[in-house]
Design a protein around this ligand. Structure first.
Ligand code: PHE
Length: 359
């Protein structure tokens, strides 16, 4: 068989190969250790020098020709294999998330987002502080006198004293309220200030309306002309937007907090007819938050002149208002991690609170 015939035979086989596997078999058959062309090359040694030279050129041409055909067929088959794979592995990203697999936003997160949307619109920015605090930020700077009974009212979780430190700085605790961040905000930045703080707080208590860890929203405004009227307007506006009720009746009852003077508790109007709680005009009241004008001693404690600046502050339980808004009866269930509860009370992740949709 001459080389032209051999080349033609392999060319036909190569053209007929439909996958990379069979192409490789042909390669071995032609150019492998015991391949037809390899064997021909091996035979060169037996020829005399002149013939050998001549034949070597012919065999090399044959070898190169077959190799080139193998390569070009291989690249065609590779492309075809890739196209096939891309077709088979195609993902339709336009398909909706399967509803049974969809995660939900926890009511606490949702409520916080709603609060941010409303207060941001009123010009407040967010401040932050640590969960593990010291006695100074939690009590002393907030005008709790030493050994004052109000310290006990908070059922504080204390941590072991810091070694080597003395006095207030040695006493570590889990913050009992977010009012600690009033102090932090005033020490960090100069007035005028409009701050909200949201975060975890801790008190040793456990029943249907108390858990050892819960969340608070704190708000504070410090400016030169701030008065009780601003406090009332701000909180009434917040509650109307948060609960989605226009002209919500509110009332302020005198109260006591060491860090505000005067202090008040704010109630919102509601009705409780036939056992159903409805927020809005009615003949009943519901306590919602604590508030007051920042005590001059607190301002002095952070180096702000109370004759120049005044301010108001307020604090509310985030779980409490979430329970009222979303009809959740038991506080403890917020933290049980029961996926059925999460699916029921959780929110659609795409449903981001904003003022345009009434939060
Ligand atoms: N820190 C108070 C509490 O936890 C709430 C409060 C905040 C009251 C700010 C007045 C002003 O009960």
């Amino acid at each position: 068989m001459n080389t032209a015939e051999i080349e033609q035979e392999f060319t036909q086989k190569i053209d007929a190969a439909n996958d990379l596997g069979s192409l490789d078999t042909i390669r071995v058959e032609a150019l492998g250790k015991k391949g037809r062309i390899t064997e021909l090359m091996k035979g060169l040694g037996k020829l005399d020098p002149d013939q050998r030279k001549e034949q070597a050129v012919v065999f090399n041409d044959l070898k190169n020709g077959v190799m080139a055909k193998l390569e070009s067929r291989q690249s065609i088959l590779k492309k075809a294999a890739m196209a096939e794979r891309l077709k088979a592995e195609k993902i339709d990203i336009t398909l909706d998330v399967r509803p049974e697999r969809k995660g939900t936003i926890h009511p606490i997160t949702q409520t916080m987002d709603e609060m941010i949307a409303i207060f941001a619109d009123m010009g407040f920015s967010i401040h932050d502080g640590p969960d593990i605090e010291d006695d100074f930020h939690n009590f002393t700077a907030l005008n709790f006198p030493p050994k004052h009974p109000a310290r006990e009212m908070h059922d504080t979780f204390y941590l072991p004293d810091v070694e080597g430190a003395e006095g207030d700085a040695a006493k570590r605790l889990l913050r009992t309220h977010t009012s600690t961040c009033q102090i932090r905000a005033m020490l960090d930045q100069k007035p005028p200030l409009r701050k909200i703080v949201m975060g975890r707080t801790y008190r040793s208590d456990y029943d249907i309306t108390h858990t050892p860890m819960f969340h608070q929203l704190e708000g504070m405004v410090i400016d030169k002309e701030t008065n009780m009227g601003h406090l009332k307007g701000c909180l009434k506006t917040f509650c109307e937007k948060f609960f989605g009720v226009e002209d919500l009746p509110v009332r302020f009852r005198p109260s006591f907090f060491p860090f505000t003077e005067p202090s008040a508790e704010m109630d919102i109007g509601c009705s409780r007819s036939k056992g159903a709680l409805k927020i809005g005009a009615g003949d009943d009241w519901l306590e919602i938050l604590g508030c007051g004008m920042v005590h001059p001693n607190v301002l002095k404690n952070v180096g702000i002149d109370p004759d120049v600046y005044q301010g108001f502050a307020f604090g509310m339980g985030i779980e409490r208002v979430a329970m009222l808004k979303y009809g959740i009866p038991d506080l403890r269930t917020f933290f049980e991690g029961d996926t059925r509860w999460n699916a029921h009370y959780g929110h659609d992740p795409l449903n981001k609170p904003n003022l345009a949709t009434g939060s």
